[in-house]
Design a protein. Structure first.
Length: 275
């Protein structure tokens, strides 16, 4: 699944080629996504300028004067700019045709979504899919104290608390494993037992891990492409623990272990990460 770095990389690419341009038309080739694409959406935004391309968690926010289009890439989707005359591919479900750029949403599984939030409904952060999301990891307010307060009283393992996304967004499965390794915290540790000092380390580790992923092109998927169709540099190839079961820890040499938490694979070093 595209995670925060993939979505942010896509956002930057779209912002560079489409923001400030007038939408000539929106074409829906397949409306049956995770939720049906509103039938009147193309008419609502046609002829309007894309004022901004923003991101909240893993949602892309395309801001027009009448409101905001929320785009989620689902499990294996991508949103990319295509050349003039490029043939439509199978699973290209939606097109946004601007004056000097065309964006296409490609989603083989159709788990993604294209939704509408009219300006009359208030700030887009109030949308049901956004209002419960945690703080952004690059927000200056996100630090160890914020994390410690959010974990207070939670009996679930720290890895699961990070994946919930209601304290901080962006620490997806791969990045949560990597961040916990950097902070030297065992993934099974009860969330409420993580001390303030360790929360400080963990907050710094989350931010550093996501920064590294962005620098590598934000790729956790081998078939991921960014907004210009370029593949990522595969952050996972440089991972310290993720998908390295049985391989030696890069720090101490102990074999990396794999467990399953909430149906998701977790990787850690049993020597560097004590319970």
């Amino acid at each position: 699944m595209p995670e925060l770095p993939e979505v942010e990389t896509t956002r930057r690419g779209i912002d560079a080629v489409a923001t400030g341009q007038t939408l000539k038309k929106m074409v829906v080739h397949e409306p049956r996504m995770r939720w049906p694409i509103p039938a009147d959406l193309p008419d609502l935004i046609q002829g309007h300028v894309l004022r901004a391309c923003l991101r909240r968690g893993k949602y892309l926010l395309l801001e027009f004067d009448p409101g905001t289009v929320l785009v989620h890439l689902g499990m294996s989707g991508s949103l990319r700019s295509v050349m003039d005359g490029e043939l439509l591919r199978r699973h290209d479900h939606v097109e946004w045709v601007f004056e000097h750029a065309t964006l296409r949403l490609h989603d083989p599984r159709r788990f993604g979504s294209v939704l509408w939030h009219p300006r009359s409904a208030g700030a887009v952060d109030a949308h049901p899919l956004l209002k419960k999301l945690g703080i952004e990891p690059f927000d200056p307010a996100f630090d160890g104290k914020w994390l410690h307060l959010g974990l207070s009283g939670r009996s679930m393992p720290i890895k699961q608390a990070l994946l919930a996304g209601d304290i901080v967004v962006g620490a997806g499965n791969i990045y949560a494993s990597e961040s916990l390794f950097r902070a030297r915290i065992h993934p099974k540790t009860r969330a409420s037992r993580v001390s303030l000092a360790r929360c400080v380390r963990l907050a710094e580790a989350i931010r550093a891990t996501l920064t590294d992923a962005l620098d590598s092109g934000g790729s956790t998927l081998r078939d991921y492409v960014n907004a210009t169709g370029e593949p990522g540099a595969y952050f996972t190839l440089h991972a310290a623990v993720y998908d390295r079961m049985g391989e030696p820890c890069r720090v101490c040499g102990t074999p990396i272990k794999r467990i399953v938490q909430g149906q998701r694979a977790t990787y850690f070093c049993p020597s560097c990460q004590k319970v």
